[in-house]
Write a protein that binds this ligand. Structure first.
Ligand code: MLC
Ligand code: AMP
Length: 505
């Protein structure tokens, strides 16, 4: 039995001594070296009695080893559950318990903090550090470099990626081998990736964008990656001349444009700049073209669906739009009240269907039923419209999410923490425009009667339980929250009122 994802991404490079990764220090990892490490890791996991379908959670720094762990999971049929390195112990505990992960792999520096998770019944704690040391690597050393790849069907789960939810509880999006593979093949073709491509990889590898879009597309095309641990402006400027493609969130592009050292000359050998995960301002698009002569190709995706639409490789890359539905992806614009298609050109909720769309939320049948229709259309929560000539515009969201520097943040999760603090009667968390992150988090606090709340203590409480990127950048005390006749907080009014807090009007 075959393993479609492993065979097409990894297996086909077996024995190849061509470069796959060029690391920060210039060291080269060939495909063969990479696959050897993956096979050894797969042996360690199998000997630890992990079976196909079991979940492995990884909160590890970005490195070639971390990527090999992903490959090892695909090869052994284990479901890969990558986690943001910024998540706190509280956040992690939820993910491990909810997913029933059998193994958590973390950086050795986090082992002490995560010891309580390792004590949970049935959970093993292993370590893997960016230099390739750690308990997992120690065990791998004596393992064989060939591993009998476990057979998988396209409908089998390959990954579980958590996305936050409106109720404050994160949901595990179940992604199958077929979801990932179909999208990879279509993207590689649409964006003309081939073996000569060198992708400058600066995104984290715990999300769809850096893990699946960037890595899978490069692998399937047989290209290579300059694999940097994070987005560092100077490093990007230094390495751009060696690359042919870059994938980034809008913050990456605005930071590049703000750097005087970022010149057209550096981009001479680049063939493609891609942006996604958050809206790219038309102004950024125009500035980028003026500076470099390149038109950024913007595409639109989600954790649950992989990529849905893309601007064309050939043809007009229209600023402010996310292009056309990808081949095989159906997109409709519906009325949220009735679920019926709106009249052509009108604004409504975006729904998508195709082989890219996930299988549902892990052990949350009601949430799955609320968002994934029986006919296969997924209600994205994004609001958009389709122009006469087919270009899709995203005009807003009807989900209460804040997107900061490409990370999704659900206000409810933060409000739950703020509401628990002494002196807080209630709170509202909103996203407001921010020059660097696109949007940032603002917390509004209504105090208990006659109480002067201690904002520093409240901020400290948020810091203790929530990842750094979710912390309100500012807390303000207000007398009351605007409500509609149903009693619902009118966040649109709050967003309007505070829209110039971080950026000039
Ligand atoms: C870092 N910080 C953030 C943040 N990233 N705060 C809010 N939002 C963010 N996105 C914190 C840091 O911890 C730090 O805290 C402070 O803000 C400033 O950090 P920095 O050094 O300026 O940030 P940096 O490390 O450079 O990271 C910024 C970034 C990074 C934009 C490069 O956030 C990033 O790589 N974002 C990409 C996210 C991504 O891959 N999303 C894809 C999701 S998949 P302090 O304590 O120092 O103040 C998806 C589907 C799809 O959406 O369509 O692709
Ligand atoms: P995530 O849940 O992290 O996968 O984020 C997915 C969300 O990011 C989508 O539902 C959109 O709201 C947003 N998004 C992704 N790409 C784009 C884009 N090009 N323009 C606007 N929003 C985007």
């Amino acid at each position: 039995m075959s393993n479609p994802l492993y065979d097409q991404l990894f297996g086909k490079h077996g024995g190849q001594t061509t470069p796959f990764l060029v690391l920060e220090d210039g060291a080269v990892v060939t495909h063969a070296d990479f696959l050897d490490v993956a096979a050894r890791f797969a042996h360690v996991l199998t000997r630890a009695e992990m079976s196909p379908g079991d979940r492995l959670a990884a909160q590890v720094e970005k490195s070639s080893w971390a990527l090999a762990l992903y490959a090892a999971c695909v090869q052994s049929g284990i479901v890969f559950l990558p986690l943001n390195t910024a998540y706190t112990v509280d956040e992690l505990t939820y993910f491990i318990e909810d997913s029933g992960a059998r193994t958590l792999v973390c950086d050795a520096s986090r082992k002490g903090a995560l010891a309580a998770i390792g004590d949970l019944p049935g959970v093993r704690l292993e370590t893997l550090n960016p230099d390739g040391s750690g308990s997992l690597a120690d065990q791998a050393e004596s393992m064989p470099t060939d591993y009998p790849t476990i057979g998988r069907e396209e409908s089998d789960l390959a990954a579980l990626l958590y996305t936050s939810g409106t109720t404050g509880r994160s949901k595990g999006a179940m992604l199958t081998q077929g979801n990932l593979l179909s999208n990879t093949l279509i993207l590689a073709e649409s964006w003309r990736f081939d073996a000569r491509d060198v992708l400058l990889h600066v995104l984290p590898i715990f999300h769809t964008h850096g893990l699946f879009v960037a890595t899978n597309v490069t692998l399937v095309a047989g290209g290579s990656m300059i694999f940097l641990p994070r987005f560092d402006l100077d490093q990007v400027i230094a390495r751009l001349p060696d690359a042919t493609t870059l994938m980034g969130v809008p913050t990456l592009y605005t930071r590049l444009l703000d750097a005087p050292g970022f010149t057209a000359d550096l981009t001479r050998d680049m063939r493609l700049f891609i942006s996604g995960s958050a809206p790219l301002l038309a102004e950024t698009h125009a500035r980028f073209e003026k500076r470099t002569g390149h038109r950024i190709l913007e595409r639109y995706g989600m954790t649950e669906t992989n990529m849905n639409t893309s601007n064309p490789y050939d043809g007009e890359r229209r600023a402010g739009t996310v292009g056309f539905p990808l081949p095989g992806v159906e997109l409709r614009i519906t009325d949220p009240a009735t679920g019926e298609d709106v009249a052509a050109g009108n604004v409504g909720q975006i729904e998508v269907r195709g082989p890219n769309v996930f299988k549902g939320y892990w052990q949350m049948p009601e949430k799955t039923a609320a968002e994934l229709r029986p006919n296969g259309f997924f209600i994205t929560g994004d609001i958009g419209r389709v122009e006469e000539d087919g270009y899709v515009h995203i005009v807003g969201r009807n989900k209460d999410v804040i997107i900061s520097g490409g990370y999704n943040i659900y206000p409810k999760e933060i409000e739950l923490v703020l509401d628990e603090q002494p002196g807080v009667l209630e709170s509202a968390v909103i996203g407001v425009p921010h020059a660097d992150f696109g949007e940032t988090v603002l917390g509004l606090i209504v105090p208990d009667p006659d109480v002067d709340p201690d904002l520093e203590t409240i901020a400290g409480a948020a810091a203790a339980s929530l990842a750094r990127f979710k912390h309100p950048r500012k807390l303000l005390v207000v007398d009351e929250l605007p409500r509609n006749t149903m009693g619902k907080v009118q966040k649109n009014l709050l967003r309007e009122k505070y829209k110039s807090l971080f950026v000039p009007a």
